[in-house]
Write a new protein. Structure first.
Length: 104
């Protein structure tokens, strides 16, 4: 009986991970299009706006994680935070390398 419960739990977890992976793939494709645009030199105004948007996205993803009630979405919310943190850090690093100054 326990083996069948474990098997069912594993299948449910794999199903959840599959759904989260699909959502992350969609999110990644959207971020890639932004990164392609970032390959050119950042211009001060557009860079600052993009950094502000990335910060806002990060704050929203943290808020979403704090308020998510569906257990199936917890992993998605956590991965969304990680993706937004990575992108925000990338933008800050790029801005620093190009001597773009601003107030966060």
């Amino acid at each position: 009986m326990y083996k069948s419960l474990i098997t069912i739990a594993i299948k449910i977890k794999l199903s959840m991970l599959s759904r989260v992976k699909r959502l992350i793939d969609i999110f990644y494709v959207n971020r890639q299009s932004v990164k392609i645009n970032m390959k050119t030199k950042l211009h001060d105004d557009s860079a600052i706006r993009l950094i502000q948007k990335a910060k806002k996205d990060l704050e929203q993803s943290k808020n979403y994680f704090a308020n998510v009630t569906d257990p199936d979405l917890v992993d998605y919310a956590a991965h969304k935070i990680l993706a937004n943190q990575s992108f925000y850090a990338y933008l800050l690093k790029k801005a620093k390398a190009e001597n773009i100054t601003f107030h966060v």
